[in-house]
Design a protein around this ligand. Sequence first.
Ligand SMILES: Nc1ncnc2c1ncn2[C@@H]1O[C@H](COP(=O)(O)OP(=O)(O)OP(=O)(O)O)[C@@H](O)[C@H]1O
Ligand SMILES: [Mg+2]
Length: 370
Amino acid sequence: MDNGNSPIKLAILHLEDSAADHRLICRSLERASFSYSITRVETLATFAALATSGSIDLILADYRLPGFTAIDAWSKISHNIRRPPFILLSGAIGEAAAVAAIHLGISDYLHKDDLSQLERVILRTVEVHLTRQAHEKAALELAASEKRLSEFSGYLQVAIERERAAIAREIHDDIGGSLAAAKLDLAWLARHGSDPTANEHIRAAADMLQHALGASQRIMMNLRPSILDQGLVAAVQWLASSFERRTGIVTTVRSSNEGMDPPKPVQLTAYRTAQEALTNVSKYAKCTNVKIEISDAEDFLTMEISDNGLGISEKDFAKPDSYGIRGLRERAKTVGGWLDVSTRMGAGTSVILSVPLINASVQSLEAQFK
Ligand SMILES: Nc1ncnc2c1ncn2[C@@H]1O[C@H](COP(=O)(O)OP(=O)(O)OP(=O)(O)O)[C@@H](O)[C@H]1O
Ligand SMILES: [Mg+2]
């Protein structure tokens, strides 16, 4: 059956065993404001094949058919993302069953005695369906874009670490090598020179060289924390003690297992997290105490860096040019983990990194670090 009232055409599938009821539906749609075609089916198999073929815009279904119900028909198609909206049209089921059907995801219910409302119910259902499809499409696109962003962020972290390691190597080989050679020459001059003024200058130059060597070692350590070769806990302890020396803030490290040996990318993520959290503490917290706790219990690496400082306000979190905490969140995701920041104004801040240690994404990243 086909009517030709408007350029918008709805392909309706009518699941109905009674030809008389089907005619009744067709008659009640005769003066509908939309154009439509309607096909009647009676069996579950024909219904399922047609309903998800992509050619149907709307389903009208009687509740009770020989050997099955509309709920059986719905469950045949409910998992298919291409399923059209589904309206239950029946006289015999009662309010409770209708509500239960809608809980299952059926779009709407209309009593067969209310067919005057059919056009309105169809138009509303189609509109809701189109809106839902648009939302689903937008959500899928957003998820895909987030996935791309997170993959890019992972790639970026790996590229940055590689670049840092290369710069550290160059500092070591070129600058470190030259400084060490100059230091040897100065030592030779100091041993063989007899002019006291010249010796004075040689000593000053040797002090400057020592300072430059110390600075290049510090820079190398920041670029590529070779201290991690001694294990994560030792590396964080080293960070904490140099932080305490520099700032005077009492810093303690506690760990459930000194010898823990999580995968290398997880160690580097934890180390960089501690580094950024401590930098933030020294810049903003105005605190007297920092506690770092590291644990690898129950196949989770957790690291918590807590201070007793000022706390972070909503406004601080939203600073447009601040990337430290945002970067840590992204970085945690690249090893399958996440970052929580818990803070209260005037009562301090805790930055908590959690990484499941049985995780495929870590293994794939680890391969890239080799
Ligand atoms: N431990 C802390 N105590 C108090 N305030 C903090 C603390 N950590 C961060 N903040 C606040 O949160 C803001 C955001 O920190 P975030 O590390 O993201 O960026 P940033 O340090 O400002 O800049 P970037 O890290 O990009 O150099 C900081 O500017 C600061 O106001
Ligand atoms: Mg910061």
